[in-house]
Design a protein around this ligand. Sequence first.
Ligand code: SF4
Ligand code: ZN
Length: 522
Amino acid sequence: MSKIRMARSSKRGIQHGTGKRQKSPRKREESVILYKGLPSQQFSFHTFSSEVEIETFQKRLLAWYNKCKRDLPWRKLATTEADADRRAYAVWVSEIMLQQTQVASVINYYNRWMLKWPTLQNLAGASLEEVNELWAGLGYYSRGKRLQEGARKIVSEMAGHMPRTAEELQKLLPGVGKYTAGAIASIAFGQVTGVVDGNVIRVLCRIRAIGADPTNSAVTDRLWALSHALVDPAHPGDFNQAMMELGATVCTPRAPLCTECPVRQHCRAHRRMEKELKDSTKRLIGRSASKCSQVLDVEECASPAGCCSLCLPPSELWDPSLGVTNFPRKTAKKQPRIENTATCVLQRRCHEDKPEYLIVQRPCTGLLAGLWEFPSILLCPGQEKQHKATMAKHLQAWVGSDVAVGRLQHVGEVLHIFSHIRQTYTIYFLNLDKHEGNCKMESALPLCRWVTKSEFQNSAVSTAMKKVLKAYEKWRSTISVSKVTKRKRDSLCASEPALEADRSSSKRQLSLDSFLAPQPKN
Ligand code: SF4
Ligand code: ZN
């Protein structure tokens, strides 16, 4: 064990890696919750049959994790940072960024964040504007805001020390739910507590053939109990990360790599798949299927068919084409809300004739809170037909006078999918005259500012708005190209009338030739 690891363990007051496996009282307590009320066979089918099996599972999973884990910046900090608060802060930032976002997209953001705000104190001193600027493009912007609020709370109310247990973390910090609290507490402080996120749900449902709807709260409770019972008391942080890593890299949603799986021997979904294959082969070679299923399989749930609250429901029979991905049960996705927004790229040329765009700040609550955007207006359903007029009216505030509807140029549409909204932006363009939208406007309307293109890119603007700017630039370049082409064509027409005449006569000749050509026989 490294010096750092030992120091960390003693600082936390938690026994780690002392050579012997520590049987934690917490683990025993959770196991009681897990087993309570379950008939013994059901206990072993959807949970684990013995402590020995659990220990084997832990050993195999951790050995694989230590060998195959991805090298990620937050993992490095979590193992090398000796200061408990700094370590917990590093884990906290990563966990918040990773919510609903892929690891590959997070890495750059994480590195930039930790470079800018390496400690809680640094983050507490940052402005929300700075946080939003760094977060721009990562989505779910309230996450950054909550991180900053949490850091301020820790610095001002907790003397700069992070809460040390999952329960306190969840209770005291904004934006920290049960999963994040468990992850921080186990990874940074070594608390023996399980975690359940999307990856863990998938792994557990497959490992223990849980086919009941995992979003059902009773099933979720069972999954939490299972994860608490499984966590390795000597290496809770690594174990939890290993479960998530397995779900992210091996036990993936659509194409799990079962042949590479370190815990395949424990996987009931895998055994079920093998059994189904065996049965269907037997059926093919003529042995009756009923004879096959007469043999009581120890790998089946002992509850009578349709009575177990964790098995695949009778209405969802095993689908051989899905194999292990029969688990977990797919839950019906809620359809996203459909919304339409009119937005306008408002341009002026002030300094050195460089184009500048107007951006306005969104309200500090709700979707994309506090972010900047082109002047936009959410259209009521049925109002779409008048949106040009609605937009023109909306722009009066920024232009300082009436805007004739005819001045707005239609650029096109951009679709952006938020987690729960399918948002279509109808884009307009308005080029202001010299006397319009002058610099006085900034003081009259404090929530707006004129920016150059590069300032726009570095501002706290959403991905949707970056798409709008891109669509506008594409439209503008098409317009310029067609203008140039038209000018060229006009000049060609003027200077080469004979050539045009030639062309049209050769076209006529071509059609005559094709008319006289012999027709192919059928
Ligand atoms: Fe997932 Fe396959 Fe491993 Fe089971 S054997 S846990 S289904 S990867
Ligand atoms: Zn069952």
